[in-house]
Design a protein around this ligand. Structure first.
Ligand code: FE
Ligand code: FE
Ligand code: ZN
Length: 278
């Protein structure tokens, strides 16, 4: 069975997300652990989490792929911003223990002029400080499009970060199809080659989740503008090959397409389930 879902709003709590997932036919989903722009997190309501876990168990909704606020920058040139990223992620990981055994995905950051090498080192340093507090959660580094001074735009850079991490068993990778396409990986013409490259550089055993998005821009554009499935330059057929590829087909797929309603996601999920051949 295809594991698929989308980003859901966490503003009404966990049970509400579980009910939204059920409504749209999702059996996995992503959510922001707090306001995506950072800021303080809401107190977790244990009764709400308990009701959610019961529903998720009944419907086999798993795993959760939580997303850190995208404004956190673990490799900012400003030490106070690096420190803020670290403290926020550590707090998020403590909160993740209310829903144990899931994924927490983050953007490796932008080096803001310090250079890629420094960025990679600072990202690994942050991971080394927070992973001892990650409990049962696996922390996922997201592949990035490489806009501005973003690090993590190549498999090599991500492998480099992981090579400097002490608790390697606690980190994985989340592959974003829009981002790698924008980063120059031709998943339309050569999906096998891209995945072989991933395997040789990082190792497919590290790949834990996929963000399934089309892209408004051509391969290598480094823009990071998501499109609905089939309405971008990657296209429906190539994304159908992604969900059906033997190296990927068992992973959770999260849609981050620009839909303005849950009904839009429900339709995309139904279309992808229809295209799933396993
Ligand atoms: Fe992301
Ligand atoms: Fe993403
Ligand atoms: Zn993106």
């Amino acid at each position: 069975m295809l594991k698929i879902g989308c980003h859901l709003s966490s503003s009404a709590g966990y049970l509400a997300m579980g009910m939204d997932a059920e409504k749209i036919g999702a059996d996995t989903f992503a959510f922001f652990t707090r306001n995506p722009r950072g800021g303080s997190a809401k107190q977790i309501n244990e009764a709400d989490v308990a009701r959610f876990l019961e529903l998720a168990g009944k419907l086999s909704i798993s795993p959760l792929v939580a997303h850190s606020p995208y404004t956190l920058n673990p490799c900012s040139a400003k030490p106070e911003l690096r420190d803020f990223a670290k403290r926020t992620m550590r707090d998020d990981l403590e909160r993740m223990e209310f829903t144990p055994g899931n994924f927490y995905n983050f953007h490796p950051g932008s080096h803001t002029g310090q250079g890629e090498e420094t960025g990679l080192v600072q990202c690994a340093e942050m991971l080394n400080e927070i992973l001892p507090f990650s409990g049962t959660t696996t922390v996922l580094i997201e592949t990035m499009a490489g806009k501005g001074s973003e690090i993590g735009k190549s498999f090599k850079q991500i492998a480099k970060i992981i090579s400097m991490v002490e608790m390697k068993e606690k980190v994985g990778v989340c592959l974003d199809t829009c981002h790698i396409w924008d980063g120059g990986y031709d998943i339309v013409g050569n999906l096998d080659g891209v995945l072989t490259d991933f395997d040789k550089t990082i190792g497919l055993s590290k790949l834990c989740a996929v963000h399934l998005n089309d892209s408004l821009n051509p391969c290598g554009a480094r823009k990071d503008r998501h499109a609905k499935i089939g309405e971008g330059q990657i296209g429906k057929e190539a994304l159908f090959r992604v969900i059906n590829h033997e190296a990927l087909c068992k992973l959770p797929f999260i849609l981050e397409t620009p839909q303005d309603s849950l009904a839009g996601y429900a339709a995309e999920i139904a279309m992808l389930r229809e295209a799933y051949k396993h």
